[in-house]
Design a protein around this ligand. Sequence first.
Ligand SMILES: [Zn+2]
Length: 210
Amino acid sequence: MQIASRLGLVTVVAALGAIAAGPATAAEPADGTRRPARISPAVTVSVDAVWEMEDATLVLTPAPPPPPPAPTPEEIAETRALSAAEYDNGTIPLDELCTLSFAPKHRLRCDAALALEDAYDAGMPSSRMTDSYRTLAGQVSLAGLKPELAAVPGTSQHGLGLAVDVFGPMQAWLHENGEEFGWVNPDWAKSDKYEPWHFEFDDDLLGDAS
Ligand SMILES: [Zn+2]
């Protein structure tokens, strides 16, 4: 900060009003006692003093660190997804999952939910969704009801909050466009075990841009 030139003396007009109680030339009391010296708002100091003041300023008021940037929705979803991924299949606490704005009764792992919200924002119609996250008890129950369709309890992607079962226009839209958002009808659901309504989330499909 080269503000002080070699002028010998410079005048610094400091914001010392709060300190200065009055002009330095105030008359002394008639009884001859000396008043304590006062600081005037206008002080004449040497160049060296200016440098000292600058040094002191640098030491006393270091620049505060910039505030950390607010996390993006993707970063929040990623953090919550990592937390949910620590639970065994079908045992994720519901508050570790995210609901869907267009299907508020359904819950998914938060990164999968965010990707489906992105699809919705991109024009995916919302239609009947029958399943999303499924608890282990729910999977056991389903396996009893539909043993030919339901996955072995503890192995379903529904138990990880990474699958949905959808019907109607939403199903058709996801078959057409879902991969762009990480949601696909897996190969196993296209043959013997035919489940065109079942979609799974695979974040590898999103690439590094996600
Ligand atoms: Zn399913």
